[in-house]
Design a protein around this ligand. Structure first.
Ligand code: 5GP
Ligand code: MG
Length: 185
């Protein structure tokens, strides 16, 4: 797996130091409020676990599963919700956590559906990574770990064809990995 990586963007210690800062900010912002975190699966799993353990507030944790990418590197352009019902967040302050803000399609669909159907008191968005590029779907993240260039990254939850999520750091794959057939294991 490590042989497939061309370059490391963020080492594990760099990520965790940044999460200390994000968690401090989130803890201060939500002091005294009823916080519900909604993690967008699967990409945010590692980020969510490390971030939430640094937030010093009582909170509820829910998750939501959507698909906008069907393998590979291209967005399908449509967001499909995997579960019929939304988490109950009536009158609660919601913080949506996702791995990466790319075109904005996914997070905008989730935010709009919660706003329209779930009556939250407020909704904010927290992403580990934000790609610096013009976004097809206008959306601002309230908390951002790191800004990155417009390139495809893997690790620390982020996959290519469901692989590389368990890398402890964030990196860029070698170009030949994209053209190679997926291994059966
Ligand atoms: P968006 O809807 O903002 O275009 O895309 C969001 C989703 O696309 C992310 O949650 C993630 O699953 C996937 N995605 C976008 N950019 C990348 C990337 O550079 N690497 C990986 N592994 N996934 C990405
Ligand atoms: Mg994702």
């Amino acid at each position: 797996m490590l042989n497939d990586i061309e370059r490391t963007l963020f080492h594990e210690q760099t990520i965790l130091r940044r999460l200390d800062e994000l968690a401090t900010q989130i803890t201060a912002d939500y002091l005294g409020r009823d916080l519900t975190v909604i993690a967008v699966l699967n990409g945010s799993l590692f980020f969510m676990a490390d971030l939430l353990r640094r937030i010093q507030l009582p909170l509820r944790l829910d998750s939501i599963s959507v698909s906008s990418y069907h393998g590979g590197r291209q967005s399908a352009g449509v967001v499909t919700f995997e579960q019929a019902s939304l988490p109950d967040v009536t009158a609660r302050h919601v913080l949506i956590i996702d791995d990466i803000l790319d075109t904005g399609l996914t997070l905008r669909a989730i935010r709009d559906r919660l706003l329209n159907e779930a009556n939250p008191a407020s909704i904010r968005i927290c992403v580990l990574l934000r790609k610096e590029k013009p976004r097809a779907h206008e959306l601002e993240a309230d908390y951002v770990g790191f800004d990155i260039g417009n390139e495809f990254v893997v690790g620390y939850g982020l996959d290519f064809d469901e692989r590389y999520r368990n890398l402890p750091f964030i990196g860029v794959l070698k170009p030949e990995v994209f053209s190679a057939p997926s291994p059966s294991t």
